[in-house]
Design a protein around this ligand. Structure first.
Ligand SMILES: [Zn+2]
Length: 54
């Protein structure tokens, strides 16, 4: 499972719950950026959640 952002081939680490569109799976780096938008909830995927705890 890879990050759903264009031109990004890192493994997906986080599911973003986005109020205005479908949920998307993104890498940790994109989750940090996209997760700052109002209403977005970042939910770490269980098998890769530890990547966020650096
Ligand atoms: Zn990404």
């Amino acid at each position: 499972m890879e990050c759903s952002e264009d031109d990004c081939d890192r493994p997906a680490a986080v599911e973003l719950h986005v109020p205005w569109t479908d949920n998307r799976l993104v890498c940790a780096a994109h989750a940090r950026v996209l997760g700052r938008r109002d209403g977005v909830v970042a939910d770490p995927l269980p098998e890769r959640g530890e990547d966020l705890l650096e």
